[in-house]
Design a protein around this ligand. Structure first.
Ligand code: ADP
Length: 439
């Protein structure tokens, strides 16, 4: 900067000296200033043209402060170019990684038009990239469930959605799972996966369990019958009394387990059939309470009821009986003597809720997520003492799934638990889909 100022002063002084010799000092100084301004304007214009096209033009020969400006721009350009190269390398790597995924990944904009798709989108859904660029996703994939899923991802920004599983329209054997997440403000990412094999393996697994349970049923009935005859025999030698009694208890337990396994298999077999009898829940709860009354008396529990008698539910009576009775029996079994058990059946604008609350042993937080898995027990001995099979909550979960309902568990170790069956009221249709107020 100093160099430029001295240069300016020098030039003006030379002009003044020259003016002095010709007798026009001020005029010569003015002309010198104008000349310097014109020169600077020219240099600025050159700088602008170079900045506009700095990638292809070499840096012009300049001096003074302007040289520093050129160098600084040059440095920033070099940094930007390096960052751009890096980003483009990252993008290429990202696309390669996404391309290698076995899932179909499709990016769509807010109008549902395809912005990008990976290779597997063609394999799983028949969407080709770049041929299908800008085509509406809904025009290529016409499943109502998937459309509803996309609408959901539209309205709930950033929130993950549950996803849907559909059977391919062109191939009955192919089952595809769809998920959709909001990717940026303008883009949504659809992840589709062919889950046919997984479904088949699950089906084989369920069939195997169902077949084994079925095969065990008859021999077990025979064994149980003989054990009962033996235990009723007054001539049974004393040494056999205890073992036969144990065999009797265990055969009853096995029969219960086989019965529950078969019931679960039946629920899974008919998973797509939506039950729709009008179920009088008040009546159902009364029947269950009558059946468990001896247990309640034995443990001297207090039972509190908070029932909306006018509420009925569209569902399957026997299944709901099984689910609610499992929850009530659990509350009785997992609450020490003199406990309080509260049964509620109420509705709100969003849902009808059946809940069972106890002040029993409760469940520590780390077990809650796994409670509905088959044979998962927090305390094996306690479960066996209460005659549990370890399948009760799995049955509850399946029954609720078939009723489009959710199981919510709130529990604290040593404090007690609440098991809530939440039956949502169909908000979209603005009708009480599953719930009716009986007149
Ligand atoms: P089980 O036949 O063993 O009762 P469930 O599937 O009904 O099987 O329940 C699984 C486990 O969840 C039980 O073994 C028990 O540890 C726990 N559990 C269920 N209900 C309750 C409850 N009301 N209070 C405390 N623990 C419970």
């Amino acid at each position: 900067m100093q160099h430029d100022i001295w240069k300016f002063i020098g030039l003006v002084l030379v002009a003044a000296l020259f003016g002095y010799t010709v007798g026009h000092v001020l005029l010569c100084m003015l002309l010198a200033c104008l000349g310097i301004i014109a020169w600077q304007i020219y240099r600025l214009d050159t700088l602008y043209k170079w900045v506009e096209n700095s990638k292809h033009n070499p840096m012009p020969e300049v001096s003074g402060q302007l040289y520093n400006v050129y160098r600084s721009i040059n440095r920033t350009n070099a940094k930007n170019a390096k960052r751009k190269r890096q980003l483009s390398a990252y993008l290429t790597e990202f696309r390669k990684a996404v391309g290698a995924l076995p899932d179909a990944i499709i990016l769509i904009d807010d109008n549902g038009k395809i912005e990008w798709a990976n290779k597997n989108a063609n394999k799983v859904l028949g969407i080709r990239w770049p041929e299908d660029n800008n085509v509406r996703f809904g025009d290529l994939i016409r499943y109502p469930e998937v459309n509803a899923l996309l609408k959901q991802a539209n309205s709930k920004k950033g929130s993950p959605n549950q996803g849907v599983v559909v059977t391919s329209m062109s191939n009955n054997e192919q089952v595809i799972s769809f998920k959709c997440v909001r990717y940026t403000n303008k883009l949504r990412m659809i992840i589709a996966r062919d889950v046919s094999r997984l479904i088949k393996v699950n089906q084989m697994h369920s069939d195997f369990v169902a077949n084994v349970s079925h095969e065990l049923k008859t021999p077990l009935t025979v064994l149980k019958g003989y054990v009962e005859i033996l235990s009723d025999n007054p001539e049974l030698p004393a040494t056999f009394v205890k073992p036969i009694e144990q065999m009797k208890v265990q055969s009853v337990r096995m029969e219960l387990i086989v019965g529950d396994l078969l019931y679960l298999a039946k629920l899974e077999d008919t998973a797509n059939i939506k039950p729709n009898e009008q179920v009088d829940i008040t009546n159902l709860v009364n029947t269950i309470i009558e059946a468990v009354q001896p247990l309640i008396e034995e443990k001297r529990h207090t039972l509190e009821l908070d029932i909306d008698y006018s509420l009925t539910l569209a569902g399957a009576q026997t299944e709901l009986h099984s689910a609610f009775s499992n929850l009530i029996t659990n509350a009785i079994n997992y609450t020490p003597a003199n406990g309080v058990i509260h049964i509620r059946w109420k509705s709100s604008p969003e849902a009808a809720i059946f809940s069972v609350t106890d002040n029993g042993f409760g469940v520590a937080a780390q077990h809650l997520e796994r409670l509905t898995q088959r044979f998962y027990r927090v305390d094996n001995d306690r479960s066996r003492e209460g005659g549990g099979t370890g399948l009760g909550l799995a049955i509850v979960k399946h029954v609720l799934q078939r009723h489009n309902a959710d199981l919510e568990i709130i529990s604290e170790e040593g404090e007690g638990s609440t098991f809530k069956c939440v039956f949502p009221i169909d908000q979209d249709a603005q009708t009480l889909n599953s719930i009716d107020a009986a007149s």
